[in-house]
Design a protein around this ligand. Structure first.
Ligand code: PEP
Ligand code: MN
Length: 335
């Protein structure tokens, strides 16, 4: 059960509510986000919800049977929009393309990518400065200095930045330069990281874990929300199965399922989803047809020379062809 509290409720009203919740045998957790205050109440006994709903200080009350509560569609029926400022919004009214290299490599690479994005009307650039790599000997990113360089160029050009944060200790230093924090598949259940991102007033994009279920992704989102941050984007990026012909098995099913289960925007990452450059565009179009609210795409001027994930990265011409097709598919689907 979620009780949304009235903005100006008094301490006395809150105490009376907490007492009433305890009385019916429910455990209440207080949640204060950048927007509102809630009581998330978990329990099993049957009771008349109207008794609580009419108490002073209550704005709204809902029973939510899902294990995740605040991110559930059962509670919030309207879609959540994530406003990045300067007219850049991630929501269900548009398709948000977030494109760029797997790793930020150099100033020249950033300049060229920004030029490519501007030419194609794309406002969000992806790129990693802290890279989770299977081998410790692979390129692991330019770190904070790379982020600062990238951010200066992006800001100058009105481009927003999405980049991965791997550790709670990185958050504070990264925050001034980041528009969306990405939590990678390998950190999908790093609950300390999720808790910490709940305390930040910046959007968070959560990737599905390598062997994570849809419900686990929604629970990860619940961690961020219940710690105070409502600005969450969900991302399907493929899961590991017995199949070896593709890097991951892209779970297209997750897109409509997540959109039905949650009010949060749902983005798809076909680059990691299939992991094979020549198939990325087709899977991207399938994501749009399935209702994705955005695409996270790996794009590089010369993928053959990319420091990471070149095998699944589109060059600028391939990406441009895809953007045009994406528009057509989106129109066909949305009308
Ligand atoms: C990435 O976006 O480059 C990345 C490492 O993604 P994932 O966490 O999905 O593997
Ligand atoms: Mn990558």
């Amino acid at each position: 059960m979620i009780i949304q509290l009235k903005p100006g409720l008094t301490e006395k009203e809150k105490s009376a509510l907490l007492e009433a919740v305890a009385h019916i045998g429910y455990k209440a957790s207080e949640v204060q986000t950048q927007f509102r205050q809630y009581l998330v109440c978990v329990g099993k006994t049957e009771f008349d919800i109207r008794r609580l709903g009419t108490m002073p200080g209550v704005d709204d009350i809902h029973r939510v049977s899902d294990p995740y509560k605040l991110v559930s569609r059962k509670w919030r029926v309207e879609d959540t929009a994530i406003d990045l400022g300067d007219g850049v919004v991630v929501d269900r009214q548009r398709l948000s393309i977030m494109a760029g290299p797997c790793s930020i490599e150099s100033e020249e690479q950033v300049e060229k990518t920004v030029e490519h994005l501007l030419k194609n009307g794309i406002r969000i650039m992806r790129g990693g400065v802290y890279k989770p790599r299977s081998s410790p000997y692979s390129f692991r990113g330019l770190g904070l200095e790379g982020l600062k360089m990238w951010s200066a160029i992006a800001k100058r050009n009105g481009i927003k930045i999405i980049t991965e944060v791997m550790h709670t200790e990185q958050i504070e230093a990264m925050e001034p330069y980041v528009d969306i924090f990405q939590v990678g598949a390998r950190n999908a259940q790093n609950f300390n990281l999720l808790d910490a991102l709940g305390e930040v007033d910046k959007p968070v994009l959560l990737k599905r874990g390598m062997s994570g279920t849809i419900e686990e992704l929604l629970q990860a989102a619940e961690y961020v929300f219940s710690n105070g941050n409502e600005k969450i984007i969900l991302c399907e990026r493929g899961i590991r199965t017995f199949e070896t012909a593709s890097r991951n098995t892209f779970d297209i099913n997750a897109i409509p399922i997540l959109k039905e289960k949650s009010h949060l925007p749902v983005v798809a990452d076909p680059s990691h989803g299939i992991g094979v450059r020549r198939f990325v565009a087709d899977i991207a179009l399938a994501c749009v047809a399935a209702g994705a609210d955005g695409l996270l795409l790996e794009v590089h001027e010369t993928p053959e020379k990319a420091a990471s994930d070149g095998q699944q990265t589109l060059n600028f011409q391939e990406a441009e062809r895809l953007y045009r097709k994406v528009e057509a598919v989106r129109k066909a689907v949305v009308g």
